[in-house]
Design a protein around this ligand. Sequence first.
Ligand code: 5GP
Ligand code: ZN
Length: 113
Amino acid sequence: MDDCLFCKIVSGDIPAEVVHTTERTVAFRDLNPQAPTHVLVVPRDHYANAAALAAGDPEASAELVRTAAAVAAAEGYADDYRLVFNTGAGAGQTVFHTHLHLLAGRDLGWPPG
Ligand code: 5GP
Ligand code: ZN
């Protein structure tokens, strides 16, 4: 999609520190990390949010979670990590291309705030 930041990262038009790729997903480090490991996992195809992805491409939706788990394990956090989908501006979504936040490596308090 034109003018989508994460589509441009997927295509390589905008650089990012990519840590893992699969057939349907790309995982790269967040520019403004909120934890020692803060990786965004995105589908290669453009969907505005997690529910739209789940409806349109359920296998890619599952692959996001599998990819996040693989990255967590690769970084030494196989058992303790948080996955977050912010959905809607009111919930803090700023990029409207589905992305799963993987956070790990610090005390992840609950509730998340
Ligand atoms: P959201 O707020 O939509 O849930 O998450 C968007 C995330 O994208 C934020 O955590 C933000 O730091 C990250 N981000 C914004 N622009 C860029 C960028 O150009 N490159 C990377 N790697 N991350 C970005
Ligand atoms: Zn996009």
